[in-house]
Ligand binder design. Sequence first.
Ligand SMILES: NC(=O)c1ccc[n+]([C@@H]2O[C@H](COP(=O)([O-])OP(=O)(O)OC[C@H]3O[C@@H](n4cnc5c(N)ncnc54)[C@H](OP(=O)(O)O)[C@@H]3O)[C@@H](O)[C@H]2O)c1
Length: 319
Amino acid sequence: MPDTPLDAPAASCKVVTIIGMGEVGTALGRSLLARTDMSTILCSRPSEASREAAAALGRELETDLARAVAEADLVLVCATAKALDGICGQISGHLRRDAIVADLTASTPAQVTAAETRLADDPVRFVDVAIMGAVSIGHAQTPMVCSGAHAAALAEMAGGLGLNMRAMAESRVGDASRLKLARSVFAKGMEALLLESALAAEAFGFWDELQLQFENFDKTPMREHLDMYLRTHLRHAERRHVEMVASETQLREAGLPSLTTAAAITRYARTVDLLAERGKPPDEIRDHGRRALGWLLEQERQGRGPAGDRPREDADEDV
Ligand SMILES: NC(=O)c1ccc[n+]([C@@H]2O[C@H](COP(=O)([O-])OP(=O)(O)OC[C@H]3O[C@@H](n4cnc5c(N)ncnc54)[C@H](OP(=O)(O)O)[C@@H]3O)[C@@H](O)[C@H]2O)c1
């Protein structure tokens, strides 16, 4: 192998290998196979589903991972987080110099860091990639964020290939996965909250009506909603706590469990207690999304007693 530095330009991407032929691998494969300026190798462990997925894209499935990556400038690992370590073990020693190995699995920061370590003796550039949306909706254009010393090189290469990838500045491997997990608290939490809200509405026969109310959210950009929540949380936590306690009572009346609602009540109660314990911050902090977040983070870091120990009856009086 020539002893060139690990900084080959994006234009040098002539061969891409995709490992894993599930939803992600198939969507990226469909998009990359349409390109005539490079070749794409579809690879996975031998299974009927993977063979069929490759065949649906008009290709034969490569099941020898070492052979599949030997010529690749870019390896997109689109298998599962559980499989990541084993896959890195199989491709180690077979990668070409300067290749970029991008982990697109939903691995934890610890798993992705371990994968990077697994390939530490290979002359390759390892990048942590987090898929930030549902591929069934966004297909190959689903937003992705990448991190690590070679993130910018990968984002440039991916952009050249028509993919939607953004590099985190001054980041390390593990940061993209960490960002994704923070996003998941919101994205998956929203799914769980939606379920509880929809169950309550359906129980009263109001689900269609409630969906109409949700359409109001479409009228304002998401970013503004997020800022509004942060900007108003400290000021209105107490009264929102009261409202959520009433929502919980209604859920129980409908014979439904309060799961995510109870978690929201705990969050509001904690904020109310922190404000009582530490004193209200001045308005210029309380009514400013970023500053309010900073204040709350500082209080959380100082620690306090167990959350959720606030008697809920306190709030009932105000309903
Ligand atoms: N789909 C999404 O919208 C989405 C969004 C964000 C993140 N992700 C993450 O992206 C990754 C891929 O998602 P997906 O939806 O495409 O998953 P998937 O549908 O389960 O596909 C996984 C693929 O990897 C293959 N595979 C499993 N173990 C392997 C191994 N040891 N060696 C080689 N191939 C192996 C599977 O083969 P078999 O055919 O044998 O099972 C299958 O083809 C996951 O980590 C997922 O959490 C997905």
